[in-house]
Design a protein around this ligand. Structure first.
Ligand code: NAI
Length: 257
């Protein structure tokens, strides 16, 4: 039997951690691509700019407050989105945090909070959205990994979480392909956002100096911008990408393996 899956007329996308940075750029790009958007972040008020960006394209947007590491909050958020906007069939797991310390100094709380926000959340969101995707017999899951998945100084917690995201993504691809659902990961390198700005601050380094230093190590000679990542997410979310699943795309201005 040959399966053929048709996207729903209205494509409704969830982007987590979309109040700012890469998530905000992804939400804006998916709106341009014709999606209505649920902007999920810790604080709904902080999502106002992203909501306005989406609405400026003529698409609908709602802000939903949820801690993506909290099982009950995730279930409630997905229920709210389905009621207010319609059944979600595109899910971008973008929310993430850093708690960098070398191993000897890393506390269990540093470890656990990073695993919970970057990895447990992906499991929780995918599981909560799955019934809607299965009912539609169509879905697109895109998870944010990182080049840190290949190993990164001071990031045992983050590297483990982002490598875990890759294994989870490939498993989802294996389990869900038969329902017309694809799952892929985007693994950015250095991208200019508040997250990297905070790293420079912690190191006591002017951000411009850090950007200049990083650019020397990036083959295309510049740091990444949120729109670079949004473009890759858009490709995976596209209905025409139905034969691409279980992949990890490094968006890093340099080859990565
Ligand atoms: P950011 O720190 O600028 O934005 C992250 C957003 O996630 C914030 O709006 C924050 O409120 C939200 N968030 C944090 N914890 C949350 C929680 N428990 N529940 C709901 N929302 C929560 O980060 P950025 O740079 O935009 O990163 C986005 C994603 O890209 C993350 O998964 C990050 O790990 C990944 N990434 C970023 C890179 C970079 O260089 N900026 C490089 C590689 C990966």
């Amino acid at each position: 039997m040959i399966n053929s899956f048709t996207p729903p007329d209205r494509r409704i996308a969830i982007v987590t951690g979309a109040a700012r940075g890469i998530g905000a750029a992804i939400a804006g790009r998916l709106a341009e691509d014709g999606h209505d958007l649920a902007i999920v972040d810790l604080d709904a008020d902080a999502c106002a700019d992203t909501v306005a960006t989406v609405e400026a394209t003529g698409r609908r947007a709602i802000a939903v407050a949820a801690d993506v590491a909290d099982e009950a909050a995730v279930i409630a958020a997905v229920d709210e989105i389905a009621t207010r906007l319609g059944p979600p069939t595109v899910l971008v797991n973008n929310a993430g945090i850093l708690r960098d310390r070398t191993l000897g100094k890393m506390t269990l709380d540093d470890w656990q909070s990073v695993i919970d926000v970057n990895l447990r959340s992906v499991f929780l969101l995918c599981r909560a959205v799955l019934p809607h995707m299965r009912a539609a017999r169509w879905g697109r899951i895109v998870n944010l990994s990182s080049i840190a998945a290949l190993g990164a100084l001071g990031e045992a917690n983050y590297a483990a979480a982002k490598a875990g995201v890759q294994g989870l993504t490939k498993t989802l691809a294996i389990e869900l392909g038969r329902y017309g659902i694809t799952a892929n990961a985007v693994a950015p390198g250095f991208v200019v956002t508040d997250m990297t700005r905070a790293v420079a601050e912690r190191m006591g380094m002017p951000f411009d100096d850090m950007v200049a230093e990083m650019a020397k190590t990036i083959h295309v000679g510049r740091p990444g911008q949120p729109d670079d990542v949004a473009h890759a997410v858009s490709f995976f979310a596209d209905p025409r990408s139905s034969f691409v699943t279980g992949q990890v795309l490094y968006v890093a201005g340099a080859p990565k393996v």
